[in-house]
Design a protein around this ligand. Sequence first.
Ligand SMILES: [Zn+2]
Length: 301
Amino acid sequence: MQYRQIFLLGVITTGLLSGCGRSGNAVVPAFDAGLAYQLTTMAAAQQPRHSGTPGAEAQSKFIADNARKFGARVITEAFEGITPEGRKTFRNVIATIPGNDKRYLIIACHYDAKKLIFTDSFAAANDGASGVGTLLAVIKAVASAPEKTRYSLRFVFFDGEECLFQYGENDGLHGSRYYADKLIKTGEIEKCRAMILADMIGDRDLNIALPKDSDPDLTKLCLQSAEKLGYASHFSFPGQIMYDDHVPFRDAGVPAIDLIDFNYGTNNTFWHTREDSMDKISEESLRITGSVLLQMIYNIE
Ligand SMILES: [Zn+2]
């Protein structure tokens, strides 16, 4: 993802936190943070896994196998895309859990790692693996819950989020642009209630800063969920601009939100470097994000 000028005016007031009539009746399943951490460790061990590598394909299989084992219906969609290095094959993994409603939520992350220039040895523990481990554990929680969710759930693990050089028409967001385009072409986009993205959510020092373009109702829901669980201090709405996998859905008119902590190490120095390793992330941070995601899934109206 890419970051531009930060800190516009946005402030979420406490009025927003208390103003919404949540039912509060949903029984939200527990999140297994130990499992999330274990799966994140396994995902991070797959090196390298930037798009187009055998490692990326192996990671797509790792995701599909686990999601299936946990009870989701899984498909892997391979497609070709043009990149600054020529054509590449990308694979999105889509894990579905039916709900009571025909409409669905997209819960997403990316699994590809940034291609580093001087090394293939790169865990991308936070910027990639943390989302994979957390979403897989969320799938397990929902699939083993006694009651169906209101909305059907599509967990989408995007390939090709990272750009090689600079974000543009043929560089970066390959998986999310492909998937959003497909939903538009088939008309399925109409049934998409919301898109919730999780990216870089494992930092030990977790500060999820919701971007400026976050849907207001989803922002409210996210902050209320965090408040309810006692995690409010880890979430804020500073209103920065973030170019990430939620953008193609936002542009298609889907209410979207990006749960991202884009302050990873002092001045973000761990980001896109070999410093992004498992010792920088914590099980507790995965618990915070995973639990808030579950709250959002079960309380969205
Ligand atoms: Zn990245």
